[in-house]
Design a protein around this ligand. Sequence first.
Ligand code: UD1
Length: 434
Amino acid sequence: MDKFLIRGGRALKGRVEISGAKNSALPCLAAALLTDETVILHNVPYVKDLITQRRLLEDLGATVLTPELRTHKITARNIATFEAPYELVKTMRASVLALGPLLARFGQARVSMPGGCAIGTRPIDLHLKAFEQLGAVIELESGDVVARAPKGRLVGADVGFEKVTVTGTENVMMASSLASGRTIIRNAAREPEIEDLAELMNRMGARIKGAGTDTIEIDGVDAMSGAEHTIIPDRIETGTFIVAAAITGGEVEITRCDPTHLRAAIGKLGEAGVEIDELNQSTLSVRRSASGLKAKDVITEPHPLFPTDMQAQYMALMTQAEGNSVIQETIFENRFMHASELTRMGANISIHGNEATVHGPTPLSGARVLASDLRASASLVLAALCANGETLIDRVYHIDRGYETIVRKLWALGADIERITDHEASAAEAVQSV
Ligand code: UD1
């Protein structure tokens, strides 16, 4: 397995360009299943999850061309099967996003039930309940969810989510877009990725109103067409680079981002002593304030509040802040896996239930650490960048799922970071064992 070797202590300086949002590109690729015409997506990040999503579409029978690295031309004319197999679902939960569009267009879908993952059980019961409200019949067969629309077409309904779910909202938007009649989604997720998906789908001929608010109205149409769309910038990658600049005491210009998509994170980081100037609509200039980093409590909540996907990176930053900060995780039940690895690097973190208290500041020192999930890996990279000495991060395949060319981007900012490939690692281990 590939590893990152980071020698910490260098202040990052320079300019970094933000890639397209992974969490927007994933549903947008799935939405291409709603039509037999071609959907062209620009600014698709070149990350492992998108390669997996592309493979899923190809396995279903769609053609996916990439005339340029970040442009996908998807034509789902000849769909051969309606099944997302276990091999794909187990590596990427977002493959459940195939359920909604397949059910909408073909009246049937089969998706392997996602199991647990490092950050909790992550069920899809809310997606399935909503599909049932749209008239689908759901059965569990040999570990697969099998969904059918009895007369081949779903029927619009009033769907209320008891808990805010991002991919659940996206799945229901896609499922109901070709249903007969009107669907109303209540307690819908309000993430910018939902708005981006709605924008693409409306270009494809869907009739969606209210995306970005907690009530979304969808008037079903008979068919959808091809469209062209550019994916929004990745707000979590933006937040991660803000923390990278602050934690290393550097000065970084972040370009091609959208600050309006991460107001809560920018606000909290500002309170904690990170100076963030908006140079224009898509450029931020970031440095640590002269008075230093201050401990500030945070609670993760659905958008527009502080995102769970920034919690691990924020925790890494708080290890360098003056005072005690309480970080409360309300979205996922087991999302503090990075805390024990940060502790191995010298952080002082105590955990009680869903609350972590970071007692700062503590100097960090390089260590061998293990990445446990995508954002946990990012927090270890950030900690390593400010630690004394060398950190070897194992299992970085997690970070490859969602951060485009992170080694190259950090290296260009002056970080001392290198990827040790599987091949090099096993050669080194072989030499050591001689
Ligand atoms: C999405 C994001 C992920 C982010 C998360 C929360 C994508 C591809 N992934 O994940 O990066 O961390 O939103 O912002 O967009 N839940 C249920 N039953 C369900 C669905 C969800 O109990 O059927 C629970 C989950 O276990 C979790 C909470 O609801 O506790 C929110 O999860 P959800 O918003 O669905 O996360 P994802 O859409 O999987």
